[in-house]
Unconditional design. Structure first.
Length: 225
């Protein structure tokens, strides 16, 4: 069942489509994810066994980092982050946010690909673009089964470098895929969505959708101005 915020987000997108401001049939979608830090600063807490309990009766120590119940750690490059990840999509032409959801930060991008795609309800033969982090037989099969055009970048493997054609396809995808990164950048700079205001997945999804609605409405006004 959709939440109130999901219903409102879909209604706003539907109204933009009815006015011709967003055309999913020809635009397609770009899938990506970005890290959003927790509103709580991590502080390691180890719950140890009480002194009056026998060792064999006690559960193993529980390690927590804050009172944010769903936040987790992820390392990107040389830096570690504590918080969440927003998995989202944007249209290929204007960068309108088409949908998405929030998970704990450690959840891999590729495992959320199907959930994002399913929520978009894209028309047959719509193009779906994604970086090489989403490159897997499973994700390509998902696009095939849903009759969507495969725009996932190719990834080299050990003893199997990319062909000239695959490198060319990757360059072509890169010329469009930056639009979703621009959308994420605007959310973080303009709406301060680098860090959550609330704790927990439920409120995290609410904050993401509210920011996405504000972003889309402002972009729509600029487009028709």
């Amino acid at each position: 069942m959709l939440s109130l915020y999901e219903k409102l987000f879909e209604e706003i997108n539907a109204q933009r489509e009815s006015k011709g401001i967003l055309i999913r049939e020809s635009n397609g979608a770009i899938i990506d994810a970005t890290i959003i830090e927790s509103s709580r600063r991590p502080r390691k807490i180890i719950e140890v066994m009480p002194e009056d309990r026998k060792e064999e009766e006690a559960p193993p120590p529980v390690i927590t980092y804050s009172d944010d119940p769903d936040a987790t750690w992820i390392k990107k490059g040389k830096k570690a982050y504590y918080g969440y990840k927003a998995h989202a999509s944007a249209d290929t032409k204007d960068g309108f946010i088409l949908g998405g959801h929030v998970t704990p930060a450690h959840i891999a991008d590729t495992t959320e690909f199907e959930k994002v795609i399913t929520s978009l309800d894209l028309p047959k033969d719509a193009l779906v673009l994604a970086d090489k982090g989403y490159c897997s037989d499973k994700n390509r099969r998902i696009l095939h089964d849903k009759e969507l055009l495969d725009g996932i970048m190719h990834k080299a493997a050990r003893n199997r470098p990319l062909t000239f054609f695959q490198r060319l396809v990757n360059r072509l995808i890169s010329t469009v895929r930056y639009r979703v990164e621009q959308s994420f950048g605007t959310l973080k700079r303009g709406y301060r969505f680098t860090r959550m205001r609330y704790t927990g997945i439920k409120k995290g999804n609410m904050e993401f959708l509210l920011n996405a609605m504000a972003f889309n409405l402002k972009k729509a006004v600029l487009k028709i101005a």
